[in-house]
Design a protein around this ligand. Sequence first.
Ligand SMILES: [Zn+2]
Length: 176
Amino acid sequence: MGDMRMAAAPSELRHRILLVDDDVDQRDAIACFLEMEGVDANTAVDGREALYALRNGPRPCLILLDLNMVGMDGREFRRRQLLWPQMAGIPVVVLSGHPELKTATRAMEAVEVWRKPVELHLLLRAVGDHCHGHSRGDSLSATVAVEPHGEAALRSMLTCAVSPLTMSPRSGWRRG
Ligand SMILES: [Zn+2]
């Protein structure tokens, strides 16, 4: 029942997360999970693609940003984002495989710093906590208020046939 309501929500009413990570498996798994939960996902393989996605794609509610990427890394992306008045306000969750980097990432003004691998249910909580474009109390809160449900999430990922939208400067939007 809940799934049908979420699926029927117009896209502009849905949360959208920009995933910036060069680990294709992790990126696709997260994007797939989000789509199943009624949250739109865009993906980028590095900071350069992420900047491109911000410039040309729909505005995300939240950015999930890996630190170490081939190409433009997370720090450089964040530095440029903060210098971009229209985009500086989009909250960023930094992913780091190294907990000792927490201090360094604080300087990036991230709203949260997570260790890898990403706990998927945290994404729904984080977008609910940090998205200021979608008010609480409407149908969206139903989307993000779902309980952590490891098994169901795992099942949905195993059966996920959604291919997340991927954006690249060379090919533009494509179904990846
Ligand atoms: Zn939102």
